[in-house]
Ligand binder design. Sequence first.
Ligand code: MN
Length: 488
Amino acid sequence: MTIDLIIKKFAHNHPESDTTLLLLAYEFAEEAHRGQTRKSGEPYIQHPLHTAFMLTQIKADLETIVAGLLHDVPEDTSYNIDDIKKNFGSEIAFLVAGITKLGKIKYRGIERYRENLKKMFLAMAQDVRVIFIKFCDRIHNLRTIEYLPHEKQIRIAKETLEIYSPIAGLLGMWRLKWQMDDICFKCLYPDEFAKLEHKYEVEKKAERNQFFLKVKNELVSKLEVASIGYNMEMRFKHLYSIWQKMRAKNRKFNEIYDVFAVRIIVPTIDDCYKVLGIIHSTWRPQQERFKDYIAMPKPNGYRSLHTTVFGPEGKSTEFQIRTQEMNEESIYGLAAHWYYKAKMHNDDTIKHQPAWIKDIVMLQKDMKDTNNFIKEAKIDLFRNRIFVFSPKGDVFELPESSTPIDFAYAVHTDIGNKAVGARINEKITTIDQELKNGDMVEIIIEKNRQYPNRDWLKFVKTKHARDRIRQFAKPSTLKNIKDFFLRK
Ligand code: MN
């Protein structure tokens, strides 16, 4: 890897930016690491260079890439954070310090896991760019993992699957996630990996390519008649995700593999729906396999149309239809989202964080105890998120299996406190009913009601609702009596 490649790639993504700082950071890091080598025998500077290059691939901004080049300087060389601050300013020093802090983990075993997770969350809450750098750092370390002692390999691979990969998923950074997953899979289960790889890459390859051509041939002329510019690609399945599905559902490779997946990228949202129409009039759609994530994006911002049809030869064929912007967002996740927004608004700071990142900040503020923090963070954040609507059409993001009471408290504390019933999609229901994505929820309140019901604690799913219920629930009789005597 060379700094020239990084500068070229960065200039391509950000044509108007000044790249001088990249060269300066490279020279600084190169001098600082001079004489050091990696376990692979390569000069050490190759590691920060690879990290920085991956950051240009996710279209990170200048400060992030500079920090990527410098990320191991304070840890491993005679220069410290102050030297970086003097030479590159406080923003870059802040990012580098963030990475350095993430690296320092004292504990072993389960404690180590907890501390690690907490540090990731807190870093993310402060500046998510620190996490982008950490991911790229980790991926390069994984790519060169074979040079490490076996025990260390296992530890790093496990830690990546348990902590880094789920967080990459939360951030919608699928490409990074899959890269991490497949390397760790190979490291932890070499035999299974080899078997699957052979099946997928060797046995099934020709079949896959032929089928793709069939699909493409049937669609091309129709797309041309409709004069829609398109880019069609076969979607590759990732070995680790195939393997996980095989294990979770106890299925054979062919049953999982059999859904063939195609992605079509078109210029506009309008074109997305036109292409959908063409596909549905060519092959019979499968019921309940159509998802409009453009009209209703996923909580992490993911947008696309999904449909599965009985394709050529009656084979299940899944299509994802989206614009170029949506595609980049789905590959790079939050990084791309942020990049597009920043580009549009000419805005250099991250202000566009998904709601759950703000949740972490809140959580961190009222959680002093690490164990509790992790418990809450895991419950609220590693659960899938759903969207529900108020009757006015306002959208609320909640963890999966939330109830009308969670919703009520998300709307307003007063609505929660006075709730007596709920309607879901205009049907009367109980207040502990599990909500589904897309539900319209209306809370029935009793104006004179003063306290929430303590029994709600048994079924609410969000920490927010739990906290409010505890805060406002009618004190128990015993406490009343105590208060009564204390007052006297
Ligand atoms: Mn590093």
